[in-house]
Design a binder for this molecule. Structure first.
Ligand SMILES: *[C@@H]1O[C@H](CO)[C@@H](O)[C@H](O)[C@H]1NC(C)=O
Ligand SMILES: *[C@@H]1O[C@H](CO)[C@@H](O)[C@H](O)[C@H]1NC(C)=O
Length: 441
């Protein structure tokens, strides 16, 4: 068993944390306490953070560069995808702070995606055009046998390729690919290969990898940029979508009005079972989600309805209602949700709002909690109805959010839970790369 190959430190913790074995965790995963500060780690970033009542946070690293996706390996090392640099692994010491860091992959092309098979032995990372797999050894934090698993992804425009593996279906790799621009017209046809989420069976990977556009199956299309892919307690996939910028709406007299401050809403979409092809259209690049109905003239929209920019005789708002799947929940326009994780019982979804350039006053730059409930049929669903504007609450945020810029505020990116679910780790890829722990206390 892997934990038998141990250092003196780990052996010493066995007596105290023997119960860990019953739950199948390695001693290291179970042993780390929650630090209230970490030696030598001081905030150098220019912002002040606040947390909701009942929560605390601790800065544990300022020594990561553009951290995006983060997760724990099976030996309790925190893996951090550092965009433009590669993949690093961080060992937690007995105080819960980072005691050692090592580079697993050096590759400046890596920019966002990171996934690990549930057995911890296969690692996946992505660059804009390509996703690779590696054999991963958690004991030594080494990755070998680089293999292209998905190729030919459109390289321009939105470049993050979120990777996710369903916990109950470890052969499947889900890969999202955003649009090439703000309003990417051709993506109305899903075979364009953009603004979609696709699924590939890693047990059948052809030599040279899957062609993104022509192979695998869909997990929805018309998804402008579905950056976070999250599994609920039934292993169903939820996506958060970064919607459009600078939107206008044509009035009946042919002029157009600027509706962009609170429209379109960012989206929480239900994409469903990744084992089953989902060829539903979620509206992009034609149907946009209403965040603030009051600024859209001549209509009686509710929040969460979908609208077109310029209604015409063949396609108007009612066409959206007939043809497009609206989000299950709307989020503030331009908050830029980019990662999310459910808590252990899938009763809260934590989402990082990265913040965007396209709104004044600024918004985002925080971590929010979306309350979920389990319905009688066993499925999970947000507590608030689809026309709600308050389906979530702030947990960790930058003070003076409204004057935030990308260089002056927290830019939360990757979120992951410690394997014992005692705390979340939140990365921030702003002017200083940071990792925080966020916990109830
Ligand atoms: C929408 O408004 C713009 C600006 O007034 C105009 O150029 C365009 O033709 C309009 N489109 C339609 C379909 O009415
Ligand atoms: C009507 O609107 C739809 C959706 O925006 C668009 O695809 C189509 O080209 C428009 N038709 C005309 C005749 O402008």
């Amino acid at each position: 068993m892997h934990w038998c190959v141990t250092t003196l430190t780990v052996t010493a913790t066995l007596g105290v944390f023997g119960s860990a074995f019953a739950r199948g965790l390695s001693p290291r995963q179970d042993a780390a306490p929650i630090p209230s500060s970490c030696p030598g780690v001081t905030a150098t970033s220019p912002y002040t953070l606040s947390v909701a009542e009942g929560w605390k946070y601790t800065l544990i690293s300022t020594d990561v560069s553009k951290p995006r996706s983060i997760l724990f390996d099976t030996e309790g090392h925190l893996l951090v995808l550092e965009a433009g640099k590669g993949l690093t692994a961080h060992t937690l010491g007995a105080d819960g702070c980072i005691s050692e860091s090592t580079t697993v992959l050096e590759n400046p092309q890596l920019n966002h995606g990171l996934a690990l098979s549930p057995d911890g032995k296969t690692l996946y990372v992505s660059a804009a055009p390509t996703a690779w797999s590696y054999s991963y050894d958690a004991a030594t934090m080494t990755a070998t046998d680089q293999t292209v698993v998905v190729r030919g992804m459109n390289p321009s425009g939105h470049s993050s390729r979120t990777l996710a593996i369903p916990p109950n279906n470890p052969n499947l790799l889900i890969v999202s690919l955003g649009s090439a621009g703000n309003i990417d017209g051709p993506t109305v046809v899903k075979e364009t290969g953009r603004a979609i989420v696709k699924v590939f069976d890693m047990a059948e990977t052809p030599s040279g990898g899957y062609s993104y556009n022509t192979e695998g199956w869909y997990l929805g299309y018309g998804l402008r940029n579905e950056v976070a892919l999250v599994f609920d307690g039934n292993n169903m996939v939820w996506g958060v979508e970064n919607s459009g910028d600078q939107l206008t709406r044509n009035t009946t007299d042919g002029s157009s009005v600027d509706v962009h401050v609170d429209n379109p809403a960012e989206e929480l979409n239900y994409l469903g079972d990744p084992a089953v092809s989902n060829e539903q259209w979620y509206g992009y690049p034609t149907c946009w989600t209403v965040g603030d109905p009051s600024v859209i003239p001549d209509t009686s929209f509710k929040v969460g309805d979908q609208f077109v920019i310029a209604p015409n005789a063949t396609f108007d708002d009612s066409s959206c209602a007939e043809k497009s799947v609206p989000p299950r929940l709307s989020m503030q326009a331009h908050s830029a949700p980019i990662d999310g994780k459910f808590d252990k019982d899938s009763l809260n979804l934590y989402v990082s709002l990265h913040g965007s350039w396209n709104r004044e006053p600024a918004t985002g730059y925080k971590v929010v909690e979306i309350a979920f409930a389990q319905l009688e049929d066993g499925s999970y669903d947000p507590v608030e109805p689809a026309d709600s504007v308050k389906g979530y609450s702030d947990i960790l945020w930058t003070e003076n959010e409204e004057s935030c810029t990308s260089s002056t505020c927290l830019r939360p990116s990757g979120i992951t839970w410690h394997p014992d679910h005692s705390r979340m780790y939140v990365a921030s890829d702003g002017v200083v790369g940071e990792i925080y722990i966020l916990y109830k206390a």
